[in-house]
Design a protein. Structure first.
Length: 158
């Protein structure tokens, strides 16, 4: 097996640093800029659209070269998602994500990059995000019991 956990960790750290720098330099750690993008009826700020387009271009170009290889650099196989179905948990999660993003102006990546500014509001958002991540599975189990569905049934459908 070619998996080298240390190389994976170093490349993950470097990728995170590049991502964080990109978010900071482009202004995406500024919640007002993000909320300005979402304010279509007011003073719309298209900056986020350019950042997204740049990210999509770089990713698409990179994928074209990466998937020409038989295996990734630090592993024996590519770990790609297999689930292709749009289901209720995905829709509900997307709605929650969008509501939080619109209300606060942060999504997880820029919020983590924004920690460096030391704003209390960023730290409160990060704490709330971590709490949300920790309670997701227990709440999911409760909702699936109440609604009469099970994770096993959802997994079989995928």
């Amino acid at each position: 097996m070619r998996t080298n956990i240390n190389l994976i960790r170093v490349s993950s750290l470097l990728s995170g640093v590049v991502f964080g720098l990109g978010m900071a330099i482009s202004g995406m750690t500024n919640t007002q800029r993000v909320q300005g993008f979402l304010d279509l009826a007011g003073a719309w700020d298209p900056t986020l659209a350019f950042v997204m387009a740049g990210g999509i271009f770089i990713t698409g170009t990179g994928f074209k070269f990466i998937f020409k290889k038989q295996t990734p650099l630090f592993s024996d196989l590519f770990h790609l998602p297999t689930k292709m179905r749009i289901d209720k948990p995905l829709i509900f999660g997307a709605l929650l994500f969008g509501a939080g993003w619109g209300l606060v102006g942060y999504c997880p990546g820029p919020a983590i990059a924004g920690i460096t500014y030391g704003y209390n509001s960023t730290l409160i958002f990060i704490a709330a995000m971590v709490i949300g991540m920790l309670i997701t599975n227990p709440l999911s189990n409760i909702f699936s019991t109440v609604l009469g569905s099970s994770k096993a049934n959802n997994a079989e459908a995928d």
